[in-house]
Design a protein. Structure first.
Length: 566
């Protein structure tokens, strides 16, 4: 053992120089050893087991295949194997129905021990057989061993083949019937799993699955082609540029083309004439990731579009300029990102979502502050339906007493009081507006219902007192003979009553009869504003007003004149 290790160390550089393309099994934990007590044959068998069962974890077998370039990213592959490339090149040199004989692959190195090596890189027949077996499993070739055909469908038989089979096989050739290599790449590309061994067996359902998955891939490609017709731009971010979209459309067109064609090859005999080879299919479906690129870009649009739209609408109702500035800054920050800045996009999403939640809480607070409860609404309705308000509304239609200037502001105030509807955080996260604009209520305080009730009483008492004064005017009473008996009786009783919605029409009729021949003089508010549009002394004010009244009464019998402010 010691001599062997010393010899290996001394001859290693010479061997590497003489055989530069000999496989290096760096992933093995222990070096390969030969002979009855060695591990060589065991490792070769484990490599065959890995080929036959690619989903099984077999570390030593994987290390051997890795050294031969037959394992890439955990999957069987010949793309990185110089040894498999030799076989592929030989196949391409042959005609459609020609084979590669054993003697074109192997040569005898030492006849006495039946030692054979490959003609290209002088690797042992054991290793070369693993190369051929991997190509069989992947559907590239079949091996004729004394008339028995080893193909992708029965690849499991290589596990128990004898050492003599490594150098006693007759030939290798392209698979007859369905191209297993093409079907492997097609099923991996479309279904994500290798169905090549099951597809020829119609009972397995593999072909039906492939056809169904192909339709889905074609539909995905069609949707993606529509989504990137002019690239994908959003809020100033070029998620997919127009030039990139051209390349993506080329890839998607090819994928869709193959996926669409699969539907025409819906039987095993038809699949024998599938027009695409393994390399073409593999290259085409290597761009499946493009679907994810487009999906992710569209996901950004679908996710951020409603958030940004929400915030842009919400800012219209916010009177806090600092809050508005935060929203604008968050949107600007997002617009400055590139689509591959995933961590910054995630941070932007978190920031805008927090602003959205903050707005919803703020809006609910403002809403409740500027609305009344159901109990308060009941009190408000009682005021609106009161007899006093009904009488006052009728009184505003009369010109005898100026009620409108007092009642109009009161009506505005009571209309400001609106009952609150049920408003939740969930509702406000869905829409930023609920029939209420907080900006319109900035710096405003809701009127107090008790104050409104007192104000209504004051306005009513004022109106009632004025109409009582009119109906007790000595000059007007001189015309009492113009009233009928019932009106005279009402006038006597009205002294201890108030105006109501029911009696007010009669009050007006009586006043109209009593004021017959009375000149009603009206002084408008605008006239007073014009008259007193500058600072005046008390005496000046009295004098100016006296002149105004005298001007109004010129040529009129003052005893029959009555002045009112309108």
């Amino acid at each position: 053992m010691v001599v062997s290790k010393i010899t290996s160390f001394l001859l290693e550089d010479h061997f590497n120089t003489a055989r530069p393309n000999y496989p290096k099994f760096t992933a093995l934990r222990q070096p390969l050893t030969f002979g009855p007590q060695g591990n060589f044959d065991t490792h070769i068998k484990q490599a065959k087991q890995k080929i036959a069962n690619p989903n099984q974890s077999i570390s030593n077998g994987e290390a051997i295949l890795h050294g031969l370039g037959l394992l890439h990213e955990g999957r069987l592959s010949i793309d990185h194997s110089i040894y498999a490339r030799t076989i592929k090149d030989l196949l391409e040199q042959k005609g459609p129905n020609q084979v590669i004989n054993r003697d074109e692959i192997l040569e005898c190195f030492w006849e006495a021990t039946h030692s054979y090596r490959s003609k290209d890189y002088q690797i042992e027949a054991d290793f070369e057989y693993l190369v051929l077996a991997a190509m069989v499993a992947l559907g590239y070739i079949e091996i004729d061993v004394s008339g028995k055909i080893i193909n992708a469908a029965n690849i499991g038989e290589i596990v128990n083949c004898t050492k003599e089979d490594y150098y006693c096989f007759n030939c290798v050739r392209r698979p007859r019937g369905v191209d297993h290599a093409a079907m492997r790449e097609l099923s991996l590309g479309i279904s994500g799993v290798d169905l090549s061994a099951q597809i020829p067996d119609i009972e397995s359902g593999a072909l039906s699955r492939l056809l169904s998955d192909a339709r889905q891939v074609a539909e995905k490609c069609a949707r993606a082609l529509h989504d990137i017709s002019d690239g994908i731009q959003f809020q100033g971010i070029e998620l997919i540029s127009q030039s990139a979209a051209i390349t993506l459309r080329t890839h998607l067109d090819r994928m869709k083309g193959i996926a669409d064609r699969v539907a025409s090859f819906n039987t095993v005999p038809k699949l024998k004439n599938f027009p695409f080879n393994a390399d073409q299919i593999r290259e085409t479906f290597s761009h499946l990731v493009d679907l994810d690129v487009i999906k992710n870009a569209q996901a950004i649009v679908n996710e951020f579009s409603p958030i940004i739209s929400y915030l842009k609408q919400a800012r219209q109702y916010i009177y806090d300029n600092a809050f508005v500035a935060e929203i604008d800054a968050a949107i600007r920050e997002f617009e400055g990102l590139s689509p591959d800045e995933t961590s910054k996009i995630a941070a932007s999403r978190q920031r805008m979502t927090a602003l959205k939640e903050r707005y919803a809480d703020w809006y609910i607070q403002e809403y409740k502050k500027n609305h009344i409860t159901n109990i308060q609404e009941a009190d408000r309705q009682r005021l609106l339906n009161s007899q006093k308000l009904a009488a006052l509304k009728l009184a505003t239609q009369s010109n005898y007493v100026a009620i409108e200037p007092k009642l109009a502001p009161w009506l505005v105030d009571i209309k400001m009081l609106r009952p609150a509807e049920t408003i939740t955080k969930t509702l406000m996260m869905a829409t930023p507006y609920k029939d209420f604009n907080p900006r319109e209520f900035k710096d405003k305080t809701l009127p107090n219902l008790d104050d409104l009730k007192t104000q209504l009483d004051d306005i009513f008492n004022f109106a009632d007192a004025q109409y009582h004064l009119i109906l007790t005017d000595a000059n007007l009473m001189k015309n009492v003979d113009a009233l009928n008996a019932s009106q005279v009786q009402f006038l006597k009783e009205f002294k201890v009553k108030q105006i109501t919605e029911q009696n007010f029409p009669l009050v007006i009729q009586i006043i109209q009869k009593l004021t017959h021949g009375i000149n009603r003089i009206s002084i408008k508010r605008d006239e007073l504003f014009t008259l007193f549009n500058r600072p005046l002394t008390p005496d000046e004010i009295i004098e100016e007003f006296k002149n105004l009244v005298n001007g109004k009464l010129a040529g009129i019998d003052r005893s029959n004149a009555r002045i009112s402010l309108d």
